[in-house]
Design a protein. Structure first.
Length: 215
């Protein structure tokens, strides 16, 4: 069994396991799915997740890892977000090609040693996108147009990195600067004007679905 590497649109790197119908990337490693029955057992169809049918990609931003790796908070609102981030890892991660950046690795490694270790453990095995020099220019434009403050330039770099890589989703719990509903329309228009349209910025609950609004 070996690895093959290929480069789809916009130079986003993916890996596939040869000789298997599908695979699941989880916090516990890569699970190779050899048969349709095994795929159904983990909630996948090997037809839908074959090597010939690439999965959508998700860029993990630092706030997701921070919430998922943290001890449960005594603040109810924070505890809910932590639960959503943890559920996303368990229920959704295997359905997507998950990527991150060195920015996230660096941020996750800061602070308390034990907490940093838990965050980095969640990132272990996730593909780190190559640095794109154009990210600085795109981030500067986001800040210049006051879509994010200069103090949040690293958040603009997350958006720029994901957009330049051609990622479908940027997953975040940073609703102050990244998933800010007041600024998202302007941000999407800017990315579109730069030829970087297609990125959707969202939070875990939008993937998890369900809830009291179901009939």
């Amino acid at each position: 069994m070996g690895w093959t590497m290929f480069i789809p649109e916009k130079a986003l790197f993916h890996a596939r396991v040869e000789g298997y119908d599908a695979f699941v990337s989880s916090p516990f490693g890569i699970l190779a799915i050899d048969t349709e029955a095994d795929a159904v057992a983990v909630g996948l169809s090997s037809t839908a997740r074959s090597r010939n049918d690439p999965m959508d990609s998700v860029y993990l931003e630092t706030s997701i890892v921070s919430h998922a790796a943290a001890w449960p908070s005594s603040v109810a609102e924070v505890a809910v977000l932590q639960d959503q981030a943890k559920r996303w890892f368990v229920e959704q991660r295997h359905l997507y090609d998950v990527v991150t950046s060195q920015l996230v690795i660096d941020e996750a490694g800061m602070g308390d040693r034990d907490a940093a270790g838990r965050r980095l453990a969640l990132l272990d095995g996730i593909l780190v996108l190559p640095v794109n020099p154009d990210a600085e220019t795109v981030a500067d434009e986001i800040v210049r147009r006051s879509m994010m403050p200069a103090s949040a330039r690293i958040d603009a770099l997350h958006v720029a990195s994901a957009a330049l890589a051609g990622v479908q989703y940027l997953l975040t719990l940073n609703c102050k600067h990244i998933a800010n509903a007041h600024e998202l329309p302007r941000l999407y228009r800017l990315l579109e004007s730069l030829g970087l349209g297609g990125l959707l910025i969202c939070t875990p609950i939008e993937f998890l679905g369900g809830g009291d609004d179901e009939p």
